[in-house]
Ligand binder design. Sequence first.
Ligand SMILES: Cc1ncc(COP(=O)(O)O)c(C=O)c1O
Length: 373
Amino acid sequence: MISGTPSLFVSSLSSERPTGIEQFVDGHTRAYTYYGSGKAALRDGLSDLVEPGENVLVPAYLPDGVVEPLIELGLEPRYYRIRSTLAPDFGDVEARIDTNTVAVLSVNYFGFPQPGLSELSDLVSEYDCYHVDDNAHAPLSVDDGTLLGTRGHLGITSLWKLFPVPDGALLYCNDDDVADRYEPSSLAGIQDGLDRTDIRFVAKSILDDVFDADGTVRQSISAIVSGRGGSPSVGTPQKRYERRKTRMSKLSYRVVEDADPIGIRRTRRENYRRWRTLLTDRDDVELVYESLPEGICPQVFPVRTDRPEAFLAELEQCGIGGVHTWPRLSSSVVEEPAYETARRLSRDVLTLPVHQHIEPSTIEAVGSELRRR
Ligand SMILES: Cc1ncc(COP(=O)(O)O)c(C=O)c1O
């Protein structure tokens, strides 16, 4: 069985000395601050730069909860169209900018830089808005010497998406003016001691590891203690946002500081390449990214397929957990025909796990099983 997420109890990957996240990030940004979630970081990053009634442009291909901090700040989230390459539709971005537009958000999907990022950055400067570099998926990706998430005036990254931790994110203040105006709220920083979230996460991690081999037991355990850090991915987007509006847990901080970012990136890249070799010849599966540039740390291996349900069922039968379509879109995107490309992507894109605790031999075995069928 390949699980969807890495385990808390598998230690460092290599004999190299762990360097931790701080050493990895240092030197790439003017200032950074820990938060419990990327959305909490986004809230604080924007709060001193905006006025209620202004609007922020965000891509239509975005999980529904990401706009919740904007709504809380009295801002209008305004969705722009996305192309099937995942680049912004620049004509649409420009058409939606007006005098009340305070910021435009880009997204580095699945660990890769968003196509068209530099054009978007130019457009944002032309209209004198802030550029928010949403890098929730790519804490360890370095593109041409630049840490992803540090290209905009401000950026966010979600540590919990890569590390086996209950929560955790960073806010990057990349610009002097943004850093000077930033005032941390009570959501900023690290909890003083271990709390219920940590204990619940440890309990779930033990159960997951114990029952990893038995899919049925694992599923019922997950149903009882679901979600990372006891934050089930159910409820309205607003409720999910409120649940993760916290400081980063002490456990998360200790784990990310004890991690080996370079080793994690290397293993994820190797697993990505293994999936690519296995799936490249299939007629019913198209790779979202043809190449894996140096320095990129994939969050997942994303593929597109016209028959997502059938492919998902096939992968599940081969013992691959954690595969799903991505993401759950906002209802205003789902209901609006102008966002057809985002809707199609959310139906057709499946994300396969590449995390650092998948044994290479397990992916090979899945490959043999897929070929045999
Ligand atoms: C593109 C994107 N941005 C932002 C977020 C929010 O991150 P967090 O869940 O850490 O609040 C997510 C979460 O899934 C995301 O996928």
